[in-house]
Design a protein around this ligand. Structure first.
Ligand code: ZN
Length: 61
């Protein structure tokens, strides 16, 4: 299964995962690495687990 997207240069459908248009050779711009909520969710979970662990270490040390 391969998704198609319309080339902005020649308006022809081309493979979405192709780096450039198969018809006219138009190079698609790289998708920007935007804000990822999953990363912050991961950081939040790490803090939730890290804070109690630090407290335990502090009591022992
Ligand atoms: Zn094209």
């Amino acid at each position: 299964m391969s998704e198609l997207r319309e080339c902005p240069a020649c308006a022809m459908p081309t493979a979405a995962d192709a780096p450039e248009c198969e018809v006219c050779g138009y190079e698609f711009p790289e998708p920007k690495a935007s804000f990822r909520p999953s990363v912050w969710l991961f950081v939040g979970l790490m803090l939730l687990f890290a804070l109690p662990a630090l407290r335990v270490v502090g009591c022992v040390g």
